[in-house]
Design a protein around this ligand. Structure first.
Ligand SMILES: [Fe+2]
Length: 264
């Protein structure tokens, strides 16, 4: 892939997204959220691939996977008015539909486009499946880490906005803000397991799930950013105190520190 092609993809995406803006402020705010997210995930990806010392072409493939990973989000929100895949369609599959319908990746090498498509397909699933080759696995892992780094940034920002002005909050609450934590979700985290979306009942459970994402972080460079930016501490700031939460904190901070020590 040539550097010029990456530039063309950026222009194409901007143009593609522009069609989803209209008169509905609720839709506009949500489209903007994912547009900005897409560009920031590209920045996170640049940082990760530089830290890993990947060659320029590998870095471009990874970059384009980041650029296009949420291509399905725009149509999803306009059609369903939600980003919850469970109440609409899988946004990863929707992205693949957009890629095939527009033929946007047809202009690059087929192996490169297939790596990008695989990374997008698996970026949001609970756990990567077996059967991926080394390069496929690498790009999948990179995208999952880059995406999570920015989702941490996004959710922390909107927890702050919601706290300040819950009634004026323009974005969608995917789960009810009912307070308290679901025992099953706490148990999963304490057992060192990734939490399943199906188990979530409240907004606080969603925060628990986000804390638990650290178990799914692949690269030291991503973990280091989570620590340096104090993402866990910031999410915890918006969570009501609870004895069980103290255990969760202890478990997760120890886990992050151990990972960083071991990989050094
Ligand atoms: Fe994303």
């Amino acid at each position: 892939m040539k550097p010029k092609q990456v530039e063309e993809f950026k222009v194409w995406l901007k143009d593609y997204i522009s069609d989803f803006y209209g008169d509905d402020e609720f839709i506009n705010a949500n489209i903007k959220l994912k547009e900005d997210h897409s560009y920031r995930v590209c920045e996170e990806m640049d940082y990760l691939t530089a830290s890993l010392g990947l060659d320029d072409n590998m870095r471009r493939i990874a970059y384009v996977s980041a650029l296009f990973h949420d291509l399905g989000r725009f149509g999803q929100f306009v059609k369903w008015r939600t980003y919850a895949d469970s109440r609409s369609e899988s946004h990863a599959e929707l992205a693949l539909d957009v890629i095939s319908e527009t033929g946007i990746l047809a202009r690059i090498d087929s192996r490169e486009s297939s790596l990008i498509i695989k990374a997008i397909k698996y970026h949001g699933i609970k756990q990567l499946s077996d059967g991926l080759d080394d390069d496929e696995l690498l790009f999948c892992k990179l995208l999952r880490d880059a995406d999570k780094l920015d989702i941490y940034y996004v959710v922390i920002k909107y927890y702050g906005e919601y706290e300040k002005d819950p009634d004026g909050f323009k974005l969608e609450l995917e789960l009810p803000d009912i307070g308290g934590y679901t025992d099953e979700v706490i148990d999963e985290i304490l057992a060192g397991r990734r939490v399943d979306y199906i188990k979530l009942r409240s907004w606080n459970d969603m925060k628990l799930l986000q804390l638990g994402w650290v178990y799914d972080v692949n690269f030291n460079a991503a973990m280091q950013r989570i620590k340096d930016r104090r993402y866990l501490e910031k999410i915890l700031h918006y969570m009501p105190e609870d004895k069980r939460l103290e255990k969760v904190k202890d478990k997760l901070f120890k886990y992050v520190n151990r990972r960083l020590e071991n990989e050094r």
